[in-house]
Design a protein around this ligand. Structure first.
Ligand SMILES: NC(=O)c1ccc[n+]([C@@H]2O[C@H](COP(=O)([O-])OP(=O)(O)OC[C@H]3O[C@@H](n4cnc5c(N)ncnc54)[C@H](O)[C@@H]3O)[C@@H](O)[C@H]2O)c1
Length: 266
């Protein structure tokens, strides 16, 4: 049976534990760690997991795979220590890979130790098809993110854009993934997943729409295999509106697939 260790015991980790309790997935939770020990204790208790006091302690436990669902800042330490201790890792805070040096360091470390780094699809659809298409020739990749006003208020105020009287959709950004991440860091995960899956410099468009209430991601890919376009309207997680339910389910699905005899999709 698959043994997992959880780093970060917030919204996503709680949904993973709920999926275990509800028997949607069946791994053993060998260990949990959160920089806030109370959160680790609360979650660990639900599945009788060992509560660790550090990442070093967690990676030394008898587990097969570490699930990072903590923060972009945690990724370097968690992934490096996991791989060096011969554990696979699922990285949820994929925005960390905007740092190319870190990406290459972890890529080489995983190769050296014959371990895997799993990156969930997150809140967008079509990553399976885009990965296949990238083996042909890609001509264009566009990520169009349409957000409700409340999701962008802070970033827009920083940019000096007044949205108080907005009555119809307005494009507030068009540019590269890296520029988008700099100006709208809450978009980081989808932009990085799409960049990594396509291996192509993506164009990002961010639109604020006063008529919608959840995040919509539209992905358009044109290439030698044809064109792919997907739209996902994401419902947020109850406990954390910044995290889409689909993104949390994508990591739960990876955990499920790791124990399945048949894997569907790319
Ligand atoms: N890949 C995607 O599409 C996607 C989608 C949503 C969220 N995320 C990312 O997943 C991560 C978790 O999301 P969430 O909604 O569960 O967040 P959350 O804020 O609900 O929970 C994060 C937990 O991690 C803990 N934590 C933070 N830094 C830590 C560290 N250095 N060491 C140990 N614990 C630490 C916090 O105390 C908190 O309990 C975030 O980085 C978020 O950006 C990725």
């Amino acid at each position: 049976m698959l043994k997992i260790g959880l780093v970060g015991c917030g919204t996503i980790a709680t949904l993973i534990i709920k999926a275990i309790i509800n028997r949607k997935i069946n791994p053993i939770v060998g260990a949990v760690y959160d920089k806030n020990i109370h959160k680790a204790e609360k979650l660990g208790k639900l599945v009788n997991a060992q509560v660790c006091n550090s990442i070093d302690e967690l990676v030394s436990k008898d587990i097969d795979i570490v699930v990072e669902c903590a923060s972009v800042r945690a990724v370097d330490e968690v992934a490096t220590k996991s791989l060096k201790n011969k554990k696979d890792i699922i990285v949820m805070s994929v925005g960390a890979f905007a740092n190319k040096e870190l990406y290459l360091k972890l890529y080489n470390l995983a190769k050296k130790h014959n371990k895997k780094i799993y990156i969930p699809s997150g809140a967008i659809a079509g990553i399976d098809a885009i990965k296949s298409a990238s083996l042909g020739k890609i001509y264009e990749v566009i990520l169009e993110t349409i957000k409700p006003v409340y999701g962008l208020r802070e970033s827009l105020e920083k940019e000096g854009i007044d949205i108080t009287s907005l009555s119809e959709p307005m494009t507030i950004f068009e540019g590269s993934a890296l520029e988008a991440i700099e100006k709208f860091p809450q978009n980081i995960n989808v932009a990085i997943v799409l960049s990594l899956a396509s291996g192509f410099p993506i164009k990002v468009k961010i639109i604020v729409d006063p008529s919608i209430s959840s995040n919509r991601h539209r992905v358009i890919v044109k290439g030698s295999t044809g064109s792919i376009s997907t739209i996902v309207d994401n419902n947020p997680c109850k406990d954390n509106p910044k995290t889409s339910a689909l993104a949390a389910y994508s990591v739960i699905r990876i955990i499920k697939d790791l124990s399945e005899p048949i894997i569907i999709g790319t």
